[in-house]
Design a protein around this ligand. Structure first.
Ligand SMILES: [Zn+2]
Length: 82
Protein backbone atom coordinates (compact mmCIF):
# COMPACT_ATOMS: atom_id res chain seq x y z
CA UNK A 1 0.00 0.00 0.00
CA UNK A 2 1.25 3.49 -0.76
CA UNK A 3 2.56 5.80 1.92
CA UNK A 4 1.20 9.32 1.93
CA UNK A 5 2.61 12.39 3.62
CA UNK A 6 0.34 14.75 5.47
CA UNK A 7 0.77 18.03 7.24
CA UNK A 8 -1.58 19.27 9.93
CA UNK A 9 -2.95 22.72 9.17
CA UNK A 10 -3.54 23.24 12.88
CA UNK A 11 -0.12 22.49 14.41
CA UNK A 12 2.02 22.03 11.26
CA UNK A 13 2.91 18.51 12.37
CA UNK A 14 4.12 16.48 9.40
CA UNK A 15 3.58 12.74 9.34
CA UNK A 16 3.36 9.75 7.05
CA UNK A 17 0.48 7.34 6.86
CA UNK A 18 -0.11 4.17 4.92
CA UNK A 19 -3.52 4.34 3.32
CA UNK A 20 -5.47 2.14 1.02
CA UNK A 21 -6.93 3.98 -1.93
CA UNK A 22 -10.49 3.37 -0.77
CA UNK A 23 -9.75 5.25 2.46
CA UNK A 24 -8.14 8.19 0.70
CA UNK A 25 -11.10 10.53 0.94
CA UNK A 26 -11.89 9.88 4.58
CA UNK A 27 -10.91 12.41 7.22
CA UNK A 28 -7.58 11.97 8.90
CA UNK A 29 -6.84 13.04 12.42
CA UNK A 30 -3.53 14.63 13.24
CA UNK A 31 -1.69 12.20 15.55
CA UNK A 32 -0.33 15.12 17.56
CA UNK A 33 -3.31 17.39 18.17
CA UNK A 34 -6.18 15.10 17.04
CA UNK A 35 -7.65 17.80 14.83
CA UNK A 36 -9.23 16.74 11.58
CA UNK A 37 -7.78 19.13 9.06
CA UNK A 38 -4.68 17.69 7.52
CA UNK A 39 -3.42 18.38 4.06
CA UNK A 40 -2.00 15.71 1.81
CA UNK A 41 1.50 16.35 0.54
CA UNK A 42 3.09 14.98 -2.59
CA UNK A 43 4.91 11.82 -1.59
CA UNK A 44 8.67 12.13 -1.95
CA UNK A 45 8.88 8.51 -3.04
CA UNK A 46 6.31 8.97 -5.74
CA UNK A 47 8.00 12.11 -7.06
CA UNK A 48 11.31 10.27 -7.30
CA UNK A 49 9.75 7.43 -9.24
CA UNK A 50 8.08 9.80 -11.68
CA UNK A 51 11.27 11.75 -12.20
CA UNK A 52 13.40 8.70 -12.90
CA UNK A 53 10.73 7.36 -15.20
CA UNK A 54 10.74 10.53 -17.34
CA UNK A 55 14.53 10.52 -17.34
CA UNK A 56 14.42 6.99 -18.60
CA UNK A 57 12.07 8.07 -21.40
CA UNK A 58 14.38 10.92 -22.38
CA UNK A 59 17.33 8.56 -22.47
CA UNK A 60 15.37 6.18 -24.66
CA UNK A 61 14.48 8.96 -27.08
CA UNK A 62 18.09 10.11 -27.22
CA UNK A 63 19.59 6.71 -27.90
CA UNK A 64 16.97 5.77 -30.49
CA UNK A 65 17.98 8.78 -32.64
CA UNK A 66 21.03 8.30 -34.82
CA UNK A 67 22.99 11.50 -34.10
CA UNK A 68 21.16 13.27 -31.28
CA UNK A 69 23.98 13.12 -28.77
CA UNK A 70 25.80 16.04 -30.42
CA UNK A 71 22.85 17.55 -32.26
CA UNK A 72 21.73 21.05 -31.19
CA UNK A 73 19.00 21.61 -33.77
CA UNK A 74 15.80 22.95 -32.18
CA UNK A 75 13.71 21.08 -34.72
CA UNK A 76 15.17 17.72 -33.69
CA UNK A 77 12.56 15.71 -31.77
CA UNK A 78 15.24 13.87 -29.82
CA UNK A 79 16.84 17.11 -28.62
CA UNK A 80 13.78 19.29 -28.07
CA UNK A 81 12.42 16.90 -25.45
CA UNK A 82 15.39 17.60 -23.17
ZN1 LIG B 1 -2.01 18.77 14.42
Amino acid sequence: MPIYEYICKHCNHQFEMIRSTRDLDSDIECPQCSVKGVEKLMSICKAKVEMSFSDFNNMGAGTSGSSCSGCTASSCTGCSSK
